[in-house]
Each structure stands twice: as C-alpha cells, then as structure tokens.
Ligand binder design. Structure first.
Ligand SMILES: NC(=O)NCCC[C@H](N)C(=O)O
Length: 413
C-alpha cells in the first residue's frame, strides 16, 4: 500500500476523496446568522443531501473511493484518551476553557456514541439541550438571547478548505473566519489518530497552529513540483511564504516552485479555485473578471533562495506565460467561464462555474446549472459529468470545494 495521501497533480486519475454529507448543521443556519456563517441562503436539507448523494454516486461510478469526514472523525477518536483530548480542545475552541458550561457540554457530548457525538458537534449544540448546574456571568450578561452554546459548522461539506493534500502530505489550515476555524481540528485528529493515516510518514507542511491564514480552495497542486496558491480573502501572503519555505526545506518534498496568484478579495471569489481550475494537461478554466482588460493578473513565482530559508521571488503579470513556463508547455488553453459574456460569466461564476473537479485529465465534475460554461468545456474537448446543484450552490462552493482528494494516480511523463 502506498502513502495514504498522494497528490502530485490537479488532474491525475482520482482514486480516493474525502466528502462530508450535509447534515443538521445546515438546518441550524438562520437569517440572523447566515452572513456570519458564510451562507447566502438556507439550503433545504433533504434536497441538499439528495444532491450530495448524487455527487458521491457520480464519483463512485467513476471508480473513486468516497470516504466521509464525519465517519473518519468518529473512528479517529475511538481511543477514550484521544476522545477526551479532542473534546477538551473542541469545547475550549468553542469558547469554554473551563467552568460550568464547559463541564455541562462535556457531560452532554459524552452521553452520545462516538458517531453521534461527532455529528452533534458538527450540527451545533443549542442551549436548551444542556443542563447547567448554575449559570455563569458570561451566560447571563453577555449572551442571554443567543440560542447556541456551540455554533453549527455548516461549511463542513466544503471539505476542500480546512486541509489540502500536497504530495505525500498536507496542510492543515488555520482558516480566516471564526465560522470555519474549528473545522480543521477534525483533520488534525484524523491524520494523527486514524489507523489509515497515523504513523504513515505523512508530512504536515503547515499545521493549524498559526495566526496567519490559509485555505484549501486557494491551494492547487499543478504538477509534482509546482504548487499554485491564491493571495486572496482567505490566504495571506505571509502564510504563503511560510508554506513555501516548508515545502522547499530539506528536500522532503519534490516542490521547487510556488506560484502566488493575486485575486480580488471578495465573497464571490473567496478562493483561487472559484476563479481558476486546472482540467487537463494544458487546459484551465478562468473567470475573466480576475484579468485586467489586457488579460493580466499579478503573479509571484517563488523558488528556494541561495541561503537556507530564503525565497527568490519573481513578478510577472502574464498568467498564461507563467503557467506555460512552470508546466513546460508550448501552449495553454485558458477557457473563460460563461464564454466571456459579462452577464453569463458573472452569473455562472457566482454559482461556481469555474469550480470544476478534475477526476482524470480532460474529465471533470461540474454543477448542471452552469450550462454555458459546461457546453464550452465540451467544445474544448473536455468530458463533463454534471451534478445537481439547486441547494448545494447556496453555500457558494462547487464540486472542487466539496471534495478533498487524497490519492490521485501520477501523470505519465
Ligand atoms: N473552495 C471553495 O471555494 N470553497 C467554498 C467555501 C464556501 C463557504 N461558504 C465559505 O465561504 O467558506
């Protein structure tokens, strides 16, 4: 058996992927919390689950092993000592380091079996579920009307973001907004304690114990030595320098090139993969709005510097040239979302028309609603598997966001 995580491209035949089936966390979104929880509307859960099952079946029918985050997380905390440590950390990162609410939450969560406990933590814990022996000042004076002790984590079905596979390792991410920061704790425990991943020599290129941010939607493994990353609303330049140094350090990884691509800092384009994805050896989708009229975008190519820990940084605003050079290609096809029409491109990008999941070179999974972009991909020779998207799209993420590939076949050289 090879490494449990092995990702040397964006497009190699996908073998194993981690998904999260939307659960009750999605039903714990309200109009008051929606914006803070990074949703634009409240999905109708039964249909969101049907759509998600359809997505998972599409992957299975193409020979891909589908693992579920919620199941891996429950298996990872099988040892009571690990479970105790996990609960302490989760309750404390939810705002209760000690005291009556901490104790009541712990007792409540320990009353479930491991799977139900994980599901409950993901869904959120309401105040009326928990018995307090006495009330704290925090409870009485600060949060009297707030319904939750532990907030729901409705963005968990976007498994791409809390952690990202890179080579035979991963980044476990410190995420930007509070609404998502606890999410990466599940992968931290899975990598450390789940028998499929623990003690298998996986490299954690960057852990979640940082103050600067990085999210998986910005992380694209373009080849076995080139890593692209968005400088975005969610990923900061100093986090990029940090991960680049770790990838270059000690030759533990094969990566010698990191391309930082600066994209607009807004909710619609929060991550690089909402505006740029690789779909074949020489083909990318790109949202025209990230390019200036002259087709330019700021890119910074990082290589190891002369001294240990130094980086050499080269600026270029010609994305096509940068990608061609990094991938050793004579030409490159940048396929515009919505065929470049300003209304269609904006509408389909909003619904994740650029957010394709490649399952093999030239073969992608996309949302059915982005029919202009999908037809264009077909015209460029891409095999497109469409999946349903009415409810899932309300969370502002598409098939790439909803998947964390852990094993892909290497590309033939
Ligand atoms: N890679 C992605 O672009 N993921 C989509 C994340 C959507 C989620 N509502 C968020 O704002 O974080």
């Amino acid at each position: 058996m090879g490494s449990p995580i092995h990702i040397t491209s964006e497009i190699g035949k996908l073998e194993s992927v981690i998904l999260k089936r939307p659960g009750h966390e999605v039903e714990n979104i309200t109009p008051d919390t929606m914006e803070r929880l990074l949703f634009d509307d409240i999905p109708y859960l039964p249909i969101a689950q049907e759509e998600h099952d359809f997505f998972a079946d599409t992957l299975r029918q193409n020979g891909i092993e589908v693992l579920y985050l919620e199941k891996l997380a429950a298996e990872a905390v099988a040892d009571p000592k690990v479970k105790d440590q996990f609960l302490e950390q989760m309750i404390s990162e939810s705002g209760y380091l000690s005291g009556p609410i901490h104790d009541a939450l712990k007792e409540y969560l320990l009353s479930f079996d491991n799977q139900d406990m994980i599901n409950k933590i993901m869904a959120g814990v309401r105040k009326n579920e928990v018995n307090l022996t006495y009330q704290s000042l925090q409870e009485l004076a600060e949060d009297a009307d707030y319904p939750f002790y532990m907030d729901p984590m409705p963005n968990l079905y976007f498994t791409r973001d809390p952690a990202a596979s890179i080579g035979d390792g991963l980044s476990i991410n410190r995420m930007t907004f509070k609404a998502r920061q606890r999410e990466s704790m599940f992968m931290e425990y899975i990598i450390k304690y789940h028998p499929r991943f623990a003690n298998k020599g996986l490299h954690v290129w960057r852990s979640r114990n940082h103050t600067s941010h990085i999210e998986g939607g910005d992380e694209l493994v373009l080849s076995d030595h080139v890593f692209a990353i968005g400088v975005s609303q969610r990923t900061t330049a100093n986090a990029i320098e940090d991960i680049a140094k770790h990838l270059f350090e000690d030759h533990k990884s094969n990566f010698d090139t990191v391309i930082a691509i600066k994209i607009p800092h807004n909710h619609a384009m929060m991550h690089l993969d909402t505006v740029l994805t690789m779909i074949d050896y020489d083909k990318f989708t790109v949202h025209p709005a990230i390019l200036t009229k002259g087709g330019k975008v700021d890119t910074y190519t990082l290589h190891p510097g002369k001294e240990d820990g130094e980086l050499e940084i080269k600026y270029n605003d010609d994305l096509k040239e940068v990608l061609k050079e990094a991938l050793g290609l004579d030409d490159l096809d940048l396929i515009p979302t919505g065929n470049g029409d300003p209304i269609v491109a904006a509408r389909e990008q909003w619904n994740d028309g650029s957010n394709t999941l490649a399952i093999a070179p030239g073969e992608v999974v996309t949302y059915d609603r982005n029919y202009v972009s999908n037809d264009l991909l077909r015209k460029h020779g891409i095999l497109v598997h469409e999946v349903r998207s009415s409810e899932l799209a309300r969370g502002r993420g598409g098939p790439r966001c909803m998947s964390m590939p852990i094993v892909r076949q290497d590309l033939k050289k």
